[in-house]
Design a protein around this ligand. Structure first.
Ligand SMILES: Cc1ncc(COP(=O)(O)O)c(C=O)c1O
Length: 384
């Protein structure tokens, strides 16, 4: 039975608007430098380089960064790239757009990240790269993944869409591979509406990255006064955001620590509240891997089965609380079946997609909203 009183719905996500946002936008608008790679982009690049300890280029999305990474890897028809099936479509699209084959492996039952023990069996003579996706901002087992990639001569492209301000063994996620991809989509911790960045952690790849991002030309070198005209050098596209997007992003980056702290406080509040339900075997809470520094991106629960998850979501909706499931596995989706190869059993992936539910979480989520989510959940679990 749903709760009898149905109060105002609460928000699932609400972007924070840091104080400096409007001033930066005004400066950007009045400067009339609205195109890409203007002064705000430059400041975002400097912030990212200092934070990540690796250079990064702003893109208009993480999807764009993944596509650039696939081009930089020189993927071609028939090449294979290993990735989890439990991820966003862009991870696989970037590979498929080059005519290469996404090879899906199952995820770990604890962290929901690509299961590194299954990588060997997914390898073939055509394997070119591995794409670890750090789910919910929690690190994959990068020590093992990097060791295997080095031994087999494979590239690592990290899908770190959810990972700004998250780390592993003291290093920022997205900086373990040669290439890493960040998202600043409005659903993320630090946002610019749509937005992303490509971390280029191999200096040999930087010049070509700049060329691909600027329509296949050396326009970046031209603006840096390294050449006196720019020309078409490679097959590229336009992957850079306008400078007003960078103005919004800079205001967010400058308070990234505060935003992360606030999200982590809410995350910990949920984590503590659901300890008893986990002890009763009703739910499973997220697992923070050893050595990981999480960023509080997502709080999720895994219920006992799909029916229970759907009943829980209906109960929460009745209490005015929005919840969301997450990825539809790629290996069993129509395009995944046609374009990909499934290298392992997908038991954990399928079960996770069936049972996982995400709860409202954002920086400065009101304490009353957290209490409502928890109280409504407790009402549901009391009857289980
Ligand atoms: C794992 C993962 N990769 C890539 C993306 C794509 O990010 P964007 O929306 O910035 O293109 C997302 C978006 O949610 C994601 O979760």
């Amino acid at each position: 039975m749903a709760p009898l009183v149905c109060p105002m719905p609460i928000a699932f996500n609400r972007p924070n608007i840091p104080e400096k946002t409007l001033a930066y936008l005004r400066t950007g608008l009045e400067s009339t430098i609205w195109e890409g790679d203007g002064p705000f982009t430059e400041r975002c690049h400097a912030w990212l380089a200092a934070q990540l300890k690796a250079p990064a280029l702003l893109t208009h999305s993480c999807t764009a960064a993944l596509e650039m990474a696939a081009m930089l890897a020189r993927l071609g028809p028939g090449d294979e790239v290993i990735m989890p099936s439990y991820t966003f479509v862009s991870t696989a699209n970037a590979v498929a757009l080059r005519g290469a084959v996404p090879v899906f492996v199952d995820i770990r039952d604890d962290t929901l990240n690509l299961d590194e023990t299954l990588l060997e069996q997914a390898l073939s003579a055509r394997t070119r790269a591995i794409v670890p996706v750090h789910y919910a901002g929690m690190a994959c087992e990068m020590t093992q993944i990097c060791a295997l990639a080095a031994a087999k001569g494979l590239l690592i492209i990290e899908d770190a869409a959810q990972c700004l301000m998250a780390g592993y063994q003291g290093r920022a996620l997205g900086t373990f591979g040669q290439l890493g991809c960040l998202s600043f989509h409005v659903s993320k911790n630090v946002v610019s509406g749509e937005g992303g960045a490509l971390i280029v952690n191999d200096s040999m790849l930087m010049e070509r990255a700049q060329i691909l991002r600027e329509k296949g030309t050396n326009r970046t070198a031209y603006f840096q006064r390294k050449v006196n005209k720019y020309e078409w050098l490679d097959v590229g596209s336009s992957y850079l955001p306008g400078d007003l997007t960078a103005a919004v992003l800079l205001a967010q980056l400058e308070v990234a620590s505060e935003l992360t702290r606030s999200r982590l406080a809410a995350w910990r509040c949920y984590y503590a509240a659901f300890a008893e339900a986990e002890a009763r075997g009703l739910v499973r809470r997220p697992v923070v891997p050893d050595g990981a520094t999480p960023n509080g991106h997502i709080f999720f629960l895994r219920l006992r089965d799909g029916d229970e998850m759907r009943r829980y979501r209906a109960w929460m909706a009745g209490a005015g609380i929005p919840t969301h499931t997450h990825y539809v596995p790629l290996h069993s989706s129509p395009a995944g079946r046609k374009l990909g190869r499934t290298a392992t059993a997908m038991t954990v992936t399928d079960r996770t997609a069936e049972c996982l539910v995400r709860l409202p979480l954002y920086a400065d989520i009101p304490a009353e909203d957290l209490e409502r989510v928890i109280a409504a959940s407790m009402g549901f679990f009391a009857g289980s």
